[in-house]
Design a protein around this ligand. Sequence first.
Ligand code: 6MZ
Length: 346
Amino acid sequence: MEVAGPAAAALNTLTPTQIQFLESVPKAELHAHLNGSIPLPTLQQLASEYLASSSGQGAISNEAIKQGIDVLSKGPKLDEIHDFFGLFPAIYALTSTPAALARATRAVLSAFLDGRPPQCNHLELRTTPKQTDAMDREKYLRTVLAELDRYEPGQVGLIVSLDRKMSEEVIKEIVDIAYALRKEGKRIIAVDLCGDPTAGDMTKFEPYFAQIKDAGLGLTVHIAETVHNTPEETLQLLSYRPNRLGHATFLNDEAISIVLDKKMCIEICLTSNLLCKTVSNLEVHHIGQYLKADHPIAICTDDILPFKTSLVAEYALLLAKPPYGLGLTEDQVKRVGEMSLDARFR
Ligand code: 6MZ
């Protein structure tokens, strides 16, 4: 995976011995979105096959797909987080058949788990089940899960994502499929709430999140990712008793005290926050307060495709000296790795 931007700058300040150390630290990747983690060469291959056979009459034109791939290849320039979500329609057109989705999933799993040494010792991959002309949501999940089955059970699990914009009908359908597949013994470990952070009313999720918790599935929610997320919404999401929180960038004091008290692990995605401009630099990143409190965190990549990073590169942002990184000691970095493994859904 090509690494660019802040994570590459941090890596460049480290010695080969330090990079080897980062590779050897036991760690888990707990926050990676499937369609945002497809290695660029795989996506480019899927695009060239798609364009060769498509009449361009689909939901998105061939020209828009070409442009989308071009932007992703160069590394998208984002003025703010909403620009980020516009990258996905082109990707979705390319993973809309079971065969293409299986190839994308296989490449994502390989990027995290097959390196020598691998990027992580444990992966929790997440994805939003989609209905397309070629598959329903159950087929979508079965296709992804079949690829997970190629790895040892302890190595990788699947988190089913719900999008903030979904209708209640779709939420119910997905939650029901998730239960049924789990009952069959498939590796569904948790449910996630994601999508455009300012869209949707969170009240519709309440009964489903309660059921999910009662059924013994994990719950992680993207929360307070932007300055526009209200304190009311944040407290509402916290009241659903999530085990882990994605980003949690803009928590007020009341929310922070709940998070500390309930020991909710924060999934921290440093490059993602910097490139989406929700955090202006590492020095002011909210990771600082959690490190000080020895509160559970997990360093994660979010979307290695647009953000051009890797898990080891995100750990470089911990070890590198300021201003390139946070300047943690090797022992502190090890402790962060340990915390990510402790926060796995089991
Ligand atoms: C919120 C995000 C996200 O599910 O199609 N996604 N949601 N905040 C983020 N931070 C930058 N990054 C990715 O993967 C892509 C989807 O994951 C969500 C978005 O809904 C995106 O469309 P899947 O595999």
